[in-house]
Write a new protein. Structure first.
Length: 152
């Protein structure tokens, strides 16, 4: 009895090795092209000299810091004017627990990042001001203790 072949026959080992080498070279080339090729590009100027890759550097100005102290008689200084990027630190030296919250009392809705919450005697709270504007704040436990920060 004769068996008919469906056209597929067992490939010799050398053909499989050649097939895997070709596929491997294609995969390696694609990985190299998409992952490694653009990492360290350089430009050659008109004179043929090597130009090092350019890097983007951002100069960050040192941040200023302002301290507002809460005493038994209120915030000192109560009203300040600062520049954008200044960090304000509130220091509690009132002898009791206090808060720093944005106006208006009791809802604290005018500037939510200023709702810093409770801080005990001797503790500090900080907040950077990066946007111009006028920001009112108060001690929620004693709403008569209030202040204003003007950011220019």
């Amino acid at each position: 009895m004769i068996q008919k072949s469906n056209g597929y026959s067992k490939r010799p080992l050398w053909q499989w090795i050649l097939l895997y080498l070709v596929i491997g070279a294609i995969v390696y080339g694609l990985i190299y092209y998409f992952v490694f090729a653009g990492k360290d590009s350089y430009d050659v100027n008109q004179a043929g000299q090597y130009e090092s890759p350019t890097t983007t550097e951002q100069t960050i100005a040192p941040q200023e810091q302002t301290v507002i102290t809460l005493t038994a008689s209120g915030f000192t200084p109560a009203n300040i004017t600062i520049t954008k990027g200044t960090t304000v630190t509130w220091k509690n030296e009132s002898g009791k627990d206090a808060t720093v919250n944005s106006d208006a009392h009791p809802t604290h809705t005018k500037y939510s990042p200023l709702n810093l919450g409770n801080f005990s005697d001797g503790d500090t709270l900080t907040l950077p001001f990066n946007e111009s504007g006028t920001y009112g704040y108060h001690n929620h436990f004693n709403a008569s203790e209030q202040g204003t920060i003007i950011v220019q």
